[in-house]
Design a protein around this ligand. Structure first.
Ligand SMILES: *Cc1c(COP(=O)(O)O)cnc(C)c1O
Length: 381
């Protein structure tokens, strides 16, 4: 079971807004609210003062509208051939990385009689999506970005689309002293200037994810765009813990022991017997596995708390279950074990699981799938 504290989400948004100074905050709720529940997380973030919501996929944006959420929503991963008409009709803002997105939006706007609102995505050095802002060839001043801006300015003059903002994304925001952080800020300033010279009157200019919001306040511009930190996890675990940043992890994952058994010394445990008991011991079978989101890479290392004490996964994580050797600790079937939580009662955190599995906390929380019920507590759900 994953218990999600909606008050933690609202409070984290308040903390992030303070860090953002006068900039507005767009709470990123893609990937089912980083596994915390799309609509409930969105409502909690709005309660904490988010001015807008950001998602990757159009279906996520439409799900927010279907739930009755009227706040500004931006979706930034529209694929070629996608039907953008429902987005225009629902008043969802769409990010454009290439001219074809603008053409699709303009066509939908003409067909529906509703102007489309767009934000232009500029690639200032991540080299992922966005229109590349550096000339690809020596001696040619034109860039994908200048082409996109000119195209947008023409369509805006014709009334079919309105360009509300421009944005970009950092490659290395978790290393605030890395030279790319400054270089991308300079490239973004140039990209903004080019758009403004082309006649675009930009209401929103934004670039900061969670790490930049917390470590590079000079990048805040008009809006910040945090995701991970909204859910109370540190985007810079090597620099500061969530608690040090004033954030509270919102997700707590627990399970009930399915089976306990007493086994002798020398018993191999789980597939491949990669763990062998060193003495007579009690084994707990926990009914969560990699199909639920427990990383198989945390075999032998993933931390759990049982009756206030810390243990590790014993042997391999299976599809539906894993085993924990608790020695002589008295535990009964049905007792609760904690995989991770806020960490303030000695329980492991999502960051501890990330360290155990050799990954990042983003992946830990977003992996918990539909087999794990979400229970939302706090706030007006
Ligand atoms: C996911 C994402 C964010 C949020 O990033 P965090 O590191 O979770 O704060 C912001 N902007 C874009 C474009 C994203 O894809």
């Amino acid at each position: 079971m994953a218990t999600v504290d909606l008050d933690a989400i609202a409070d984290n948004v308040r903390v992030l807004r303070q860090r953002a100074g006068t900039a507005a905050l767009m709470a990123v709720v893609k990937a089912d609210g980083y596994g915390h529940g799309l609509v409930a997380s969105a409502r909690a973030a709005l309660r904490g003062g988010a001015a807008a919501l950001g998602v990757a996929q159009p279906t996520e944006a439409l799900a927010l509208r279907a739930a009755g959420i009227q706040a500004p929503v931006l979706t930034w991963l529209v694929a070629p051939g996608a039907d953008v008409r429902p987005l225009v009709e629902a008043g969802v803002e769409v990010a454009a990385s290439a001219p074809w997105v603008l053409d699709a939006l303009a066509a939908a706007a003409r067909a529906t009689g509703t102007p489309a609102t767009v934000q232009l995505k500029v690639d200032t050095g991540l080299a992922r999506n966005g229109a590349f802002a550096r000339p690809a060839r020596d001696g040619d001043p034109r860039t994908d970005w200048s082409d996109l801006v000119e195209h947008a300015a023409r369509l805006q003059a014709g009334g079919a689309v309105r360009v509300r903002g421009v944005f970009t994304h950092f490659a290395y925001a978790d290393a605030p002293d890395h030279p790319t952080v400054r270089a991308q800020q300079e490239a973004f300033a140039d990209a903004v200037a080019l758009a403004e010279r082309a006649g675009l009157d930009l209401e929103l200019r934004h670039m900061s994810n969670s790490a930049a919001t917390l470590t590079t306040p000079s990048a805040a511009w008009d809006m910040v765009r945090p995701g991970l930190a909204v859910y109370g996890l540190s985007p810079v675990p090597h620099l500061a813990t969530a608690a040090e940043l004033g954030l509270r992890p919102a997700m707590r994952v627990t399970a009930r022991v399915a089976v306990t058994k007493r086994v002798p010394a020398g018993q191999g445990v789980s597939y491949g017997h990669t763990y062998v008991t060193s003495r007579e011991s009690t084994l707990l079978d926990i009914p969560l596995g990699y199909a639920d989101g427990v990383p198989r890479h945390a075999s032998g290392t993933g931390p759990v708390q049982v009756h206030g004490r810390r243990f590790s996964v014993s042997g391999r994580v299976c599809m539906d279950q894993f085993v924990v050797d608790v020695g002589d600790l008295p535990v009964a079937a049905g007792d609760e074990v904690v995989l991770f939580g806020a960490g303030d009662a000695g329980e492991p955190t999502a960051q501890d699981w990330a360290d155990a599995a050799g990954t990042i906390s983003y992946e830990i929380v977003t992996r918990f799938g539909p087999r794990v019920p979400r229970v939302h507590v706090g706030g007006a759900t």
